[in-house]
Design a protein around this ligand. Structure first.
Ligand code: SF4
Length: 350
């Protein structure tokens, strides 16, 4: 069944600080918020839901930092729709330093189906440069509390924050997996004009990642998450988000596709090496069959079929075929090659 979030944006509500990279008003396009608006947003989405299973999602602020009265009013509103059987549950995004015993006790009265924590980085140095106002230890403690409470956890992280080298980003992905997240979102850092990061960029204190750097770092962390069983539910901002305020940084409309393609490119390259596929001008041409998980052919063949083209250019192949196989998991492949001179012999599989 298709799943959708009914996003109720609460831009910057509950945020005690302004993180240097963040402008939720620009990203969400929602300038202000009131409870009456929340009900109208939910009703409007429900009217177009069809058969999809939905959660009401309070995004764009620090939900558990909102004053208790207002926060519980929003939870009560959402729970009405859960009780009526119209949505499956409630999810929200918040900061790690706003998860504690008191919050969990309040949340336990409602049908919370996921908590999305803005981890952003596991490096205290990067968190300080981004003016997050919390430490990695706060993130670890929040994730452990949510795990103990049995609330599914989504770890949100950013690529290329101020001071973050590629290894810092990889370490953040390992940290999120170590702390028990089931899901993750990956956001390459973009510079919006309305943020402090814009001034830092103009002063030369921050250099945004290039698109290629973001793709490589994204493939690194996607690989870590996939090996650790953390499902990545989003890569990059939705198309058009914050367009008017956007100044610099990686912002390819198909960033997710490009990162998935880069990861499959690495996997295919290693598989070809391991299978000893002959390079161009070396031995008899082979037909390669690449088996992928269902629905993954396009990502494996690559963005603009870049992976398929790379194999065709590097190796002595007559043909590269991609086939779905339900036995293969996502971000894995099996490869078999059949030599033209093999006379119909058995393919070699890896
Ligand atoms: S990143 Fe999160 S905590 Fe920071 S300003 Fe944005 S919404 Fe608030």
């Amino acid at each position: 069944m298709k799943h959708v979030n009914i996003p109720v944006f609460v831009p910057h509500l509950g945020c005690p600080k302004q993180c240097v990279f963040c402008d939720q008003r620009a990203i969400s396009g929602v300038r202000s918020f009131d409870e009456g608006k929340a009900r109208r947003v939910i009703e409007r989405h429900l009217a177009t839901l069809g058969d999809a299973e939905a959660e009401i999602a309070f995004f764009g602020g620090s939900f558990t930092g909102i004053g208790r009265e207002r926060m519980t009013a929003l939870l009560e509103l959402a729970e009405e729709y859960v009780r009526a059987g119209l949505v499956r549950g409630i999810r929200f995004s918040t900061r790690p330093d706003f998860i504690d015993g008191e919050i969990l006790e309040i949340l336990s009265r409602y049908t919370i189906t996921a908590a999305e924590l803005g981890i952003q980085s596991s490096s205290d140095r990067v968190l300080a440069l981004s003016k997050r106002g919390h430490t990695a230890e706060d993130s670890r403690r929040a994730m452990e509390l949510l795990a103990e409470a049995g609330i599914p956890l989504v770890g949100q992280m950013m690529l290329g924050l101020p001071g973050a080298e590629a290894e810092d980003d990889r370490e953040t992905a390992r940290f999120i997996a170590d702390c028990g997240a089931s899901f993750a979102r990956i956001y390459p850092t973009a510079v919006f004009r309305s943020t402090e990061l814009y001034d830092m960029t103009l002063r030369g204190e921050y250099r945004p990642l290039s698109e290629e750097e973001a793709v490589e770092r994204g493939a690194d962390v996607l690989g870590i998450f996939s090996r650790r069983g953390v499902e990545v539910i989003r890569i990059g901002l939705p198309e058009g988000a914050g367009e008017e305020e956007f100044f610099a940084g990686p912002r390819h409309p198909a960033m997710g596709e490009r990162i998935r393609s880069a990861l499959y490119g690495r996997i295919l390259g290693k598989a070809c090496e391991a299978a000893g596929i002959p390079e161009k001008g070396d031995g008899a041409p082979v037909t390669l069959t690449v088996r992928t998980a269902p629905g993954e052919i396009s990502a494996a063949a690559g963005y603009g079929r870049e992976n398929k083209i790379r194999i065709e250019n590097k190796y002595n192949v007559k043909k590269v075929k991609f086939i779905e196989n339900p036995m293969v998991s996502r971000y894995n492949i099996t490869l078999s090659s059949l030599s033209d001179s093999a006379g119909g012999g058995k393919p070699s599989c890896i």
